[in-house]
Design a protein around this ligand. Structure first.
Ligand SMILES: [Fe+2]
Ligand SMILES: [Fe+2]
Length: 196
């Protein structure tokens, strides 16, 4: 049973890329001219997605990378950067979406996340894929999916509501976002040999 689900599971590295794409699509929906309710929903979507993603990396992906090279510069600064991100998230949640400070925090968070994601996607993910075989990466993907379900379950209703409100401001943006998600899902569903 476990080996079957392992074979069907996307690799952990593709899952991490998918999470990054999802949060960047959401950042791109956040514009200063949207009303406070929509900006608050988009900010909450971003905060929840980042918190869950950071926990999954810290519990499953980073330990697997530490076994390869615990001294790696990018790996060593990853958890401290997650902590800085959590502090910004706490400040963002405590700030009214009607204030200009709300926009400033979201933009600072986006800058930090783009840098962090660039390091992961150009250093850690390629290193994982050059070192671990596909079975191991898919096995880690299964672990990530199981843990994700536990983390999402208590917030599932709120996440769905925030997504509906956040993406309601622009039909075209929602369609574009959905198309990006569908494309990513299609890629994840394909065997890796077909993707390359
Ligand atoms: Fe990270
Ligand atoms: Fe990440």
């Amino acid at each position: 049973m476990f080996s079957l689900s392992k074979k069907l599971s996307p690799t952990i590295t593709d899952m991490i890329r998918f999470d990054h794409s999802h949060v960047l699509v959401t950042f791109h929906q956040y514009t200063a001219d949207k009303n406070p309710k929509v900006r608050k929903a988009l900010a909450d979507t971003i905060c929840n997605a980042l918190e869950i993603h950071a926990t999954l990396e810290e519990e499953i992906f980073y330990p697997a990378m530490e076994m390869l090279d615990a001294q790696n510069d990018v790996l060593q600064k990853s958890v401290p950067e997650h902590q800085e991100m959590r502090e910004l998230i706490a400040e963002l949640r405590a700030t009214s979406a009607s204030s200009s400070r709300h926009n400033e925090i979201v933009m600072q968070l986006m800058r930090d996340v783009i840098h962090h994601v660039a390091d992961e996607e150009t250093v850690l993910l390629p290193k994982a894929e050059l070192t671990y075989n596909k079975d191991r990466l898919s096995e880690l993907g299964v672990q990530m999916t199981k843990r994700r379900l536990e983390l999402v379950a208590p917030k599932a209703g709120k996440i769905a509501m925030d997504t509906a409100i956040g993406f309601s401001g622009s039909t075209m943006a929602w369609i574009a976002g959905s198309a990006a998600v569908m494309l990513a899902l299609k890629r994840l569903a394909k065997p890796r040999a077909e993707i390359r």
